[in-house]
Design a protein around this ligand. Structure first.
Ligand code: NZQ
Ligand code: ZN
Length: 382
């Protein structure tokens, strides 16, 4: 076990915490508030932010879409530069926060912003950034990653830099009250797969990381099982906190990580517009079945410790079945149907995208090549 770990994001958790952002954002700095399609105007969050920033100088950029595009975000970059913004405040879900990270980095770069996504510009500094989270799912509010799409070319790429990790994040579970069911379920599934990507690899005897990952999985599974009772403060608090903890760097420190479900899933979103979380539920069961031999021990461990399944010869197989049933119980599809009826063409299209993006050695052992991905897609596409 060998790692370097720091997570400096100041978390403000609980009801009414948005009121405290004024103390987090330096008084003298001009703020660019970035948000999405308008949900924050309907649920009162925009008013809370406006009230909290009453003593600050601030401007706003609206209209960051789900799966944020560089086409939209570059307009925010131009605004940040023109207005000489000194601080970025993201108010929204993963898309808005990721988009704000891109803006924070691109605002201090003179070249084309997309260079960041292609790795031609390594982000060393960015405008300071804070987040008011409205959708628990991605963990973006306290990590250094962002996923941005170039709509024109169907490229969905990610970048990571400690410079874009939010300085603070408000996690007020009350904001979830206005979430559409679809988004709430997406949050459970995305957080769940984040834990799996850092846990379902091979045993390394990392008792703390395994133990905490299992706690998060049991929690998320329980929240899924008690979904009918979701209109409840405790339920909301537990989802918001577990989604944050699932991808803030802690459970992944010093252990092998997979992320192949995410990389293949991103291509389904880029090509067919599938919601991020739903792309994962489509890929993961087939991927786990394909990779069962290398993942058998951890699947068995998960089966026993998370689902309390008895130890039998087919425990790993039954663990995967139970994961798949978990998605299906939440009404989340586990096969792609958005491609129409030409399955071979769809597989070919996804493989071409993976190839173009250099996703040719995926998984914790870097053994998922394009042939393997095609075999996985054979099962994942209806
Ligand atoms: O745009 P608005 O009007 O705000 O509506 C949003 C959007 O339509 C709505 N919404 C958000 N909070 C709401 C609300 N509606 C009512 N009430 C609220 N309180 O929900 C819709 C979806 O929002 P979005 O931000 O797209 O969802 P999510 O948080 O799932 O983010 C998905 C994005 O994050 C990326 C994904 O690839 C995708 O682009 N990811 C980012 C990661 C990271 N930075 O670490 C990791 C993830 O694996 C993921 O890849
Ligand atoms: Zn995800």
């Amino acid at each position: 076990m060998e790692f370097s770990y720091v997570n400096p994001t100041h978390i403000l958790f609980g009801r009414g915490q948005t009121a405290n952002i004024a103390r987090q954002v330096p008084q003298e700095q001009k703020v660019l508030v970035i948000y999405g399609g308008g949900s924050i105007k309907r649920n009162g969050v925009y008013d809370q932010v406006t009230e909290a920033l009453a003593g600050h100088q601030w401007v706003e950029f609206a209209g960051v879409e789900a799966n944020p595009t560089v086409e939209t975000l570059d307009k925010a970059v131009a605004q940040a530069k023109a207005e000489k913004a000194q601080y970025i405040l993201a108010v929204g879900g993963g898309s808005v926060i990721d988009g704000a990270k891109y803006v924070a980095a691109a605002a201090l770069y003179d070249g084309k912003g997309w260079d960041i996504m292609e790795g031609k510009h390594r982000v060393k500094n960015a405008l300071p950034l804070g987040a008011v989270l409205t959708l628990p799912a991605t963990g973006s509010e306290s990590n250094g990653g962002a996923v941005i799409t170039r709509a024109a070319t169907h490229d969905k790429l990610s970048f990571m830099s400690p410079a874009v990790r939010p300085r603070f994040a408000v996690l007020d579970p009350d904001v979830m009250k206005s979430l559409p069911e679809r988004q709430l379920i997406n949050g459970i599934v995305d957080a769940w797969v984040h834990v799996c990507e850092q846990y379902l690899t091979r045993p390394t005897g990392a008792m703390v990381q395994d133990g905490y990952a299992e706690t998060l999985l049991r929690t998320l599974h329980h929240l899924g099982q008690t979904y009918p009772q979701r209109d409840n403060d405790q339920w909301r608090e537990n989802l918001m906190w577990s989604a944050n903890q699932a991808l803030n760097g802690l459970i992944g420190a010093g252990v092998p990580q997979d992320w192949s479900t995410h990389m293949i899933g991103h291509e389904l979103t880029a090509l067919y517009g599938v919601d991020h979380a739903r792309s994962l539920a489509i890929v993961q069961p087939s991927l786990l079945r394909h990779q069962i031999d290398v993942k058998r021990e951890k699947l068995e461990q998960m089966g026993q410790r998370v689902f309390e399944l008895p130890k039998t010869d087919d425990l790993a197989e039954r663990t995967i079945d139970t994961i798949e049933q978990f998605y299906q119980q939440l009404d989340v599809a586990t096969q792609l149907t958005e491609h129409g009826d030409n399955k071979p063409a769809a597989i070919e299209a996804v493989i071409a995208q993976l190839k173009q993006h250099g996703m040719i050695k995926l998984g914790e052992n870097r053994t998922i090549d394009l042939t393997t991905s095609a075999e996985i897609l054979q099962q994942a596409i209806a």
